[in-house]
Design a protein around this ligand. Structure first.
Ligand SMILES: *Cc1c(COP(=O)(O)O)cnc(C)c1O
Length: 379
């Protein structure tokens, strides 16, 4: 479908093209100098000790879980309101996902009270997800983790460049995971990054990323190593040089693009307040600085969301849902504790995500809000 206004769009140009051409001419295609430079720049940007590039955000989450030793018999508390990959990564290790509720209809991040209510003898970890780039209540979640001897994984796929208390998201737990998928704030097509300050965890992730081997091809190419040992059951979760080159260019644009997303979000908020006050725009006075990854709104209770989204479609405007709660999926039925997720249930049927990306125009925001207004007249 050729959307008049798509949900998200790339900010790609000559710089990205030039960076890819340079890799093509270099004669080295995977995990070499460019990937090392991307990792170094990413770690510096966040203020983290280690950044390890991987093939996608899901691989990042899987390696994060493995590096912390999660496995059979362990319970991991996570929000039900996140992308399914957050929970899949837990299941890959044999551990059990335990779904927690959100804070409120204003704050769609995981509720510390709900986390606390689910902690028991089997709980090993808390996996938070900074919804739309707005920070979870990390000070309280850290307190809970310390008190109960739990590790924290941040699914920071939405949150590149976001902050809380002058500290970037991704620095608040033991390990953090980023995604560079085609609709994220920093885009390489497929790609991801694991971030940690812990040397041991970082070393483990580096080894697991490449078949459990103690050296990588690049070291052998450079003449630093002749052979290797295999010390873990590893994976091939490597990132290649072309994507790393794209990542470096995109990292350079990130601050400006996040600022543009912020300004568009403010514009949306003002217009909704003025023209469609029945619609709830969450995160109005949220602490910290968001990366404004997506633009979620909540329709009034009782409205027909499908009809609303159909109406938006007829105007050529793409919308989406973030997210159908994971516990509602067939594969996750046996982990279904939805009776305990009243707030998630309340908003899950009302959430609609509107177009938001750095190259969106202010005038297009006005068109979208007008279309929302119109769609709610007819449904
Ligand atoms: C995109 C995303 C992922 C998965 O990242 P991929 O790179 O697509 O594997 C995980 N969690 C959340 C919250 C995401 O938005």
């Amino acid at each position: 479908m050729d959307w008049r206004i798509p949900l998200s769009d790339l900010d790609y140009g000559q710089e990205e093209e030039a960076a890819v051409h340079k890799v093509l001419r270099s004669g080295w295609l995977t995990m070499g100098e460019v990937t090392q430079a991307f990792e170094h720049e990413f770690a510096q940007y966040l203020g983290a000790k280690h950044a390890i590039a991987v093939s996608n955000g899901t691989a990042a989450l899987h390696l994060a879980c493995l590096s912390l030793g999660l496995g059979k018999g362990d319970e991991v508390i996570l929000p039900a309101l996140t992308f399914v990959a957050t929970a899949n990564a837990i299941l890959y290790t044999g551990a059990t996902p335990v779904f927690a509720d959100i804070e409120s209809e204003e704050d769609l991040t995981i509720s510390p009270d709900s986390i606390e209510a689910r902690i028991n003898d089997k709980t090993r970890a808390i996996m938070v997800m900074h919804y739309a780039g707005y920070a979870c209540d990390m000070p309280r979640i850290r307190e809970l983790a310390e008190k109960n001897n739990l590790v924290i994984i941040e699914d920071a796929a939405h949150a590149i460049g976001a902050e809380m208390d002058n500290n970037k998201l991704g620095l608040w737990g033991d390990v953090a995971c980023f995604s560079f998928f085609s609709n994220k704030n920093l885009i390489t097509g497929e790609g991801g990054m694991v971030v940690t300050d812990n040397d041991e965890i970082a070393e483990k992730i580096r080894i697991l990323r490449s078949h459990g081997m103690t050296t990588v091809t690049w070291d052998r190419h450079k003449g630093h190593a002749w052979s290797y040992d295999v010390v873990e059951l590893g994976y091939n979760y490597r990132l290649d040089e072309i994507r790393s080159a794209l990542g470096r260019v995109q990292l350079g644009k990130l601050e400006e693009n996040n600022a543009r997303r912020r300004s568009l979000t403010t514009h949306y908020r003002e217009l909704f307040q003025e023209l469609v006050p029945l619609v709830t725009v969450p995160f109005e006075n949220h602490p910290g600085i968001s990366s404004h990854h997506i633009m979620p709104i909540l329709l009034p209770r009782g409205s027909d969301r499908n009809a609303m989204m159909e109406s938006m479609k007829s105007e050529g405007i793409q919308t989406s849902i973030h997210y159908p709660p994971i516990n509602s999926f067939l594969r996750y039925n046996s982990y279904n504790n939805s009776v305990d997720l009243p707030k998630t249930e309340d908003i899950a049927g009302r959430e609609v995500t509107l177009p938001l990306f750095p190259t969106l125009d202010d005038s297009e925001v006005e068109i979208v809000v007008q279309a929302v207004w119109k769609s709610l007249q007819s449904v």
